[in-house]
Ligand binder design. Structure first.
Ligand code: SF4
Length: 270
């Protein structure tokens, strides 16, 4: 193993067994959860908008909505999208377009990079211990004043404490300091909340050297567990969106499944 990404670390911490299925056994995914397709298409559209604006182009709102149509289409061309109960494609498209309209109405700060790739060595910022692998990933957005911004879609509003402890933001701050030899100006999560009446909630936070040292410690322990092949399953509400649930021994018996499946599906083995 020569690298880890922040999404790999997140996935390992969410459920070790899912990490094993995805990254060790490289099992193909039989479907794409609707929430992932929704977030992916919204991200692509906003990233496209930022790129246009960085090049000085003024983009009419209806063009942004048409770009979303193309991004949504690309989400479903290579894989079936699996919807939750009471969800359907048209409803999700309308919701996303309402969110984009809200986003376009809000003032936007100048951006200097979007979907910026990075690769940095994993080094303890204080002791300089080197894990011998790299951390790879992408910054969602870096604003002109060096604020790191992450877009997130969710069913409920992400709380201040979740933003304060958000691992991806910590990883981005850690990488930013390594790359630019200065701290990021600030951190912000722009949360697209999928209410019936959608809303955008912006929450700011900060990071210090202690956060980066804790992040390094966490990554070191994750790496140790991966190297010795320890992949604990961790069932929870996220199982209902898990692409591997049909092969996961826990899903079949999990109390989570009983809470998320319609009556009858369990009896029919569906
Ligand atoms: S169904 Fe749940 S416990 Fe099983 S692999 Fe997926 S996330 Fe992990």
């Amino acid at each position: 193993m020569d690298h880890l990404s922040s999404s790999q670390i997140n996935l390992f911490l969410l459920c070790g067994l899912k990490y094993r299925y995805q990254y060790v056994e490289k099992r193909p995914k039989p479907f794409r959860p609707s929430a992932l397709a929704f977030g992916g298409a919204l991200h692509s559209t906003i990233s496209w908008l930022h790129k246009q604006e960085m090049e000085g182009r003024k983009v009419p709102p209806d063009l942004v909505l048409r770009i979303f149509d193309a991004d949504w289409y690309s989400q479903k061309t290579d894989m079936e999208i699996r919807y939750k109960e009471n969800e359907h494609e048209l409803g999700m498209i309308i919701l996303a377009k309402q969110m984009l309209q809200l986003f376009l109405e809000e003032p936007r700060k100048p951006v200097k990079g979007t979907e910026v790739p990075f690769t940095v060595p994993l080094i303890n910022p204080r002791t300089k211990e080197n894990l011998g692998i790299t951390l790879e990933g992408f910054f969602d957005v870096i604003e002109a004043d060096d604020t790191i911004v992450e877009y997130k879609t969710s069913a409920t509003t992400i709380s201040q404490s979740d933003v304060d402890n958000h691992l991806q933001l910590t990883a981005y701050g850690y990488v930013f300091e390594q790359l630019f030899r200065k701290p990021a100006k600030g951190f912000r999560i722009v949360n697209f909340v999928k209410n019936k009446k959608p809303k955008i909630v912006t929450t700011e936070t900060s990071r210090t050297g202690a956060n980066y040292e804790a992040f390094f410690f966490l990554v070191k322990e994750v790496l140790k567990a991966i190297k010795v092949g320890t992949f604990h399953p961790r069932p929870g509400y996220w199982c209902k969106d898990c692409e591997y649930r049909d092969v996961c021994p826990l899903w079949k018996t999990s109390i989570v499944r009983q809470k998320t499946e319609p009556e009858g599906a369990l009896a029919n083995g569906g």
